[in-house]
Design a protein around this ligand. Structure first.
Ligand SMILES: [Zn+2]
Ligand SMILES: [Zn+2]
Length: 242
């Protein structure tokens, strides 16, 4: 035990905790929140008026659904995001994805529980499934950020995580390079679901950022086809519309 404590101190000295948004060192009080004082004020938890279907932040009053959900039929039941994907959260997501800052997962999951605890107790997911990354890409990058997010959520919410239920069976081009129509085509037949692992279950599909919902839709469709009872999408960040 003593050795573990010493190791913890050494790790803290080598890699002191920094703010996910601005990368500044955190003081003792800020460590409790996971963000520095300034960014804690600046980052926006999705709140007030949000799309009842996909969870996107809405700015206009008395609007129930975002423009996209008004015209598109999604294959998931509901989606929610923890933070608005804005200039404060963008660098945090970049480091979480490409900068090996897997430690952010715990901070995001803690805010997720605080913000969406009530929703989660209504949804009652049986299992969390991360949106998978193609194996070759994962080897190159070292890890899949959706999986880190799912694992942190599982710990925070005391829910099982199944990484083998939903698999990516072929590589795809990065979605951000494509227009909406090309995004859907790009993902066709990219996922495989093991029916035995999802049949009759309520799935919480964990992904990092919700934009057009193309990935969430394609993965949810496959999960539903394989016999899942319902799919709910849970992202760290989501866009705003208004
Ligand atoms: Zn900061
Ligand atoms: Zn929506």
């Amino acid at each position: 035990m003593k050795i573990l404590k010493v190791m913890e101190i050494v790790i803290e000295m080598l890699f002191p905790q920094r703010c996910p948004c601005c990368d500044e060192l955190l003081d003792e009080e800020e460590k409790k929140w996971g963000f520095c004082k300034r960014c804690r004020k600046k980052r926006h938890l999705v709140s007030g008026n949000f799309c009842l279907k996909c969870g996107k932040q809405l700015v206009k009053e008395q609007q129930e659904y975002c423009g996209d959900c008004k015209k598109t039929e999604h294959s998931f039941r509901e989606g929610r995001g923890v933070y608005v994907y804005d200039n404060t959260m963008r660098p945090a997501m970049y480091r979480f994805k490409y900068g090996n800052r897997r430690c952010y997962g715990r901070i995001f999951a803690s805010d997720a529980k605080k913000r969406w605890g009530t929703w989660l107790s209504r949804v009652q997911p049986d299992v969390i499934c991360p949106v998978p990354m193609y194996e070759r890409k994962k080897r190159k990058r070292g890890y899949n950020q959706a999986r880190v997010w799912a694992a942190a959520l599982g710990k925070e919410l005391d829910l099982p995580v199944d990484e083998a239920a939903l698999r990516r069976v072929r590589g795809t081009r990065p979605q951000k390079e494509l227009n909406p129509a090309a995004r859907a085509a790009n993902l066709r037949n990219a996922f495989y679901v093991d029916p035995a692992r999802v049949r009759g279950k309520r799935i919480l599909l964990a992904d990092d950022i919700y934009t057009t919902g193309a990935t969430a839709d394609e993965a949810s469709e496959k999960l539903m086809e394989a016999g899942a009872r319902e799919v709910f999408v849970f992202c760290i960040c989501t866009g705003a519309e208004g």
